[in-house]
Design a protein around this ligand. Structure first.
Ligand SMILES: Cc1cc2nc3c(=O)[nH]c(=O)nc-3n(C[C@H](O)[C@H](O)[C@H](O)COP(=O)(O)O)c2cc1C
Length: 189
């Protein structure tokens, strides 16, 4: 396999996952750094992949700690492992956060099914649960829009690691701000 093919396969796998809930890279780990400089990690659903610009899109609640963390420090890493492909992708990048009122958030909200909108009707994520938070009503679903945020990660590096019995492969790809490939090389696994 050459570097170009390896890179293309990795991005194709991410592209597939944005459209297919069963795909290996559908659930990714988004890592941020908090105000105490501690690493924080959580699972998020990959909503979109623009493989031409090397961006990954996620949805979240703007009241969540991760949102605040990215506002202070937009440096993030996205990690994925596809068991079927035996492929790990580590992707440091920069998060752009689009809150309610932005065109990006408005367009994404419009496309959400009602049951997903309901996700944003409860109390603030991570806070102690109150009985009132457990009963979202239909009108609250629309109120959810004010809490809905879109995170677009511009991937600056892709570290791809293919497990292969006696011949593990690892390569690093570096991207410019608009996603152009700047450099690539094989690494010792
Ligand atoms: C399978 C799965 C998928 C999830 N997808 C998302 C998601 O797309 N967006 C999101 O904000 N949280 C998602 N979560 C919840 C997060 O993992 C996390 O618990 C929550 O967002 C609070 O994170 P924070 O406290 O670091 O902000 C998901 C959890 C699971 C188990």
């Amino acid at each position: 396999m050459d570097l170009k093919t390896f890179e293309a396969e990795a991005w194709a796998a991410l592209d597939d996952a944005a459209a297919d809930p069963q795909a290996g890279f559908r659930y990714l780990t988004l890592c941020t750094v908090d105000a105490e400089l501690r690493p924080q990690a959580r699972t998020v659903v990959l909503r979109q992949c623009a493989d031409d610009h090397r961006t990954l899109t996620f949805h979240t609640d703007v009241r969540s700690p991760k949102w605040q963390e990215m506002a202070v420090n937009p440096q993030v890493t996205v990690l994925g492992y596809c068991h079927q492909r035996r492929l790990q992708l580590r992707m440091p990048g920069r998060a752009e956060c689009y809150a309610a009122g932005t065109e990006v958030a408005r367009a994404a909200w419009r496309a959400l099914p009602q049951h997903t909108r309901q996700t944003y009707t409860g109390g603030p994520p991570g806070e102690a649960r109150l009985a009132a938070d457990e009963m979202p009503d239909a009108s609250a679903a629309e109120a959810g829009e004010s809490r809905f945020g879109v995170v677009i990660v511009r991937v600056s590096m892709l570290d791809a690691y293919q497990l292969q019995r006696n011949d593990n492969q690892r390569a690093l790809f570096r991207y410019a701000s608009e996603g152009e490939l700047q450099a690539s090389e094989w690494l010792n696994p």
